[in-house]
Design a protein. Structure first.
Length: 120
């Protein structure tokens, strides 16, 4: 009788731990999505936008920044400084709306099937 009681007690402790784990996981997911939405709405600027950026080294970037409707600035950004390199007009920029290469979505099942065929 004592052995059955401790086994049942262990089972309920396991179920309780799983319920708590799933609850914490769901709460974490909800809070993460809420914070992402909040930061997205707070960081929404209509007058300033980073159009393009390239990393030169660990702490150095060159960025094209749109200010207003049609002003574009090229700036160099370092660890402690920002330097204006020049100004561009909208006609000097290349369109980057269309991707140069098409990226196809690959699902795990097809990759796994290809790998299993190669190993046979």
């Amino acid at each position: 009788m004592i052995l059955l009681s401790s086994a049942g007690e262990s089972f309920f402790q396991l179920i309780f731990a799983l319920v708590v784990f799933v609850g914490i996981l769901a709460l974490t997911t909800f809070v993460t999505k809420w914070i992402a939405g909040y930061q997205k709405s707070v960081g929404l600027n209509k007058n300033l936008e980073i159009v393009e950026a390239i990393r030169l080294s660990n702490n150095k970037f060159v960025q094209i920044i749109r200010a207003g409707e049609d002003k574009y600035f090229v700036v160099a950004i370092g660890k402690d400084e920002v330097t204006l390199l020049g100004e561009l007009s909208s006609s000097q920029l290349k369109d980057i709306d269309e991707p140069t290469e098409t990226i196809q979505a690959v699902d795990f099942k097809t990759v796994l099937e290809k790998l299993s065929i190669k190993q046979k």
